[in-house]
Design a protein around this ligand. Structure first.
Ligand SMILES: O=C(O)CCC(=O)C(=O)O
Ligand SMILES: [Fe+2]
Length: 355
């Protein structure tokens, strides 16, 4: 069984693409983290919301129309928020508090949990870093299942609570992802047999990502997280409700902020669902702006099928109502797509696009 680390071994990272700077020791944004002052990707421009005051729809998962609303939101925007999602608020608070506990440590303690060059889990800068000339005002901690190995390095005696909370949170996120996936399939009129549901659920290669965006001395120069799409099938994000920063790109409208809503979780379509939906659902481009007033925290769960699962446009969608609809993507093994994305970032989707 291929693992995510195996998928990444062909693209090992340089040390500078793993270890973040010690943000606390900088009173100004250093050159290495100063993005251009002009142009579309200039952080200064990013701070001014260009779009209207559109807000991302919030969907009550217990409502009778939930399936229809989730389907519409996937189709029209690729991003939405969910409420009454069944994740206890006490667990959300706990996972946040454990994440703070880790990111508040001095830099020398955090690097004990650093990702290895070919590895997938542990502490480090964002995986997309090598594709950009400048570094981001961000540090992260990635886990797949138990974070024991890394947590023990950081807290030789006090790792149990951290591990328990992170494992518990991943279990709950997996269940919520499956619930959302089942709703999406219903919306599409696809039966669970059409996508080999038992195997899809059997051994997912999902990951939990803690993101920290320290308070930035000059948010007009720095980038929280550069624009990207998620490789996942879908992503469920919890953002700390006191600091905003997430924006998504809306076709024809520009960048729109996703303002934190107490108790709601943000859900977005990733590349794999985009592929399986035969491009009916957009894989939403999003980014994070730096925050000059507060330290921001977010916790993302990337739901992915098993590494040896084949993804491609779902058969039922290319055979809609007896008519054949052209498949827009070649099918590909999850492991190969993850590898392709690690090497080519935003070019990966076009490499498997047909026509
Ligand atoms: O911090 C956020 O709001 C978004 C994080 C994100 O896009 C990611 O981890 O892929
Ligand atoms: Fe993302």
């Amino acid at each position: 069984m291929a693992t995510l680390s195996e998928a990444y071994t062909e693209t090992p990272l340089l040390l500078e693409h793993i270890i973040p700077i010690d943000f606390d020791s900088f009173k100004e944004v250093p050159q290495s983290h100063s993005w251009p002052r002009s142009g579309d990707e200039s952080p200064r421009r990013m701070l001014n919301f260009e779009g209207d005051h559109f807000s991302v729809p919030a969907i009550d998962l217990e409502s009778p129309d939930a399936i229809e609303m989730v389907g519409h939101a996937c189709k029209n925007l690729g991003i939405f928020q969910v409420t009454r999602h069944g994740i206890p608020s006490s667990l959300l608070r706990e996972v946040e508090s454990q994440a703070w506990q880790f990111f508040s440590l001095p830099a020398r303690a955090k690097v004990r949990a650093a990702r290895s060059p070919g590895g997938a889990t542990g502490y480090g800068v964002a995986r997309i870093t090598p594709f950009f000339n400048k570094f981001m005002w961000h540090e992260g901690f990635t886990m797949m299942g138990s974070p024991l190995e890394h947590a023990r390095e950081v807290w030789p005696h006090g790792y149990r609570k951290f591990c328990k909370v992170m494992e518990d949170y991943q279990d709950k996120m997996k269940a919520l992802s499956e619930r959302l996936l089942a709703m999406i399939l219903k919306y599409l009129g696809i039966s669970e047999h059409d996508i080999d549901w038992p195997r899809l659920r059997s051994n997912p290669s999902s990951a939990l990502q803690l993101n920290s965006y320290p308070q930035c001395p000059d948010p007009g120069l720095a980038m929280g997280l550069a624009p990207h799409t998620d490789t996942s099938f879908l992503t469920i994000l919890h953002q700390n409700d006191s600091a905003h920063g997430l924006q998504f790109h809306r076709e024809g409208r520009g960048w729109v902020p996703v303002l934190p809503m107490d108790g709601a979780l943000v859900v977005n379509v990733g590349d794999m669902l985009h592929i399986m939906s035969n491009a009916m659902f957009p894989s939403v481009v999003h980014r994070v702006i730096a925050n000059g007033k507060r330290h921001r925290l977010s916790i993302g769960y990337f739901y992915r099928p098993p590494m040896d699962f084949r993804i491609g446009p779902i058969h039922g969608l290319t055979q809609a109502s007896g008519q054949e609809v052209a498949a827009r993507f070649q099918s590909i093994m999850v492991k190969d797509y993850v590898q392709m994305k690690a090497k080519n970032l935003d070019k990966a989707l076009s490499m498997i696009r047909i026509g």
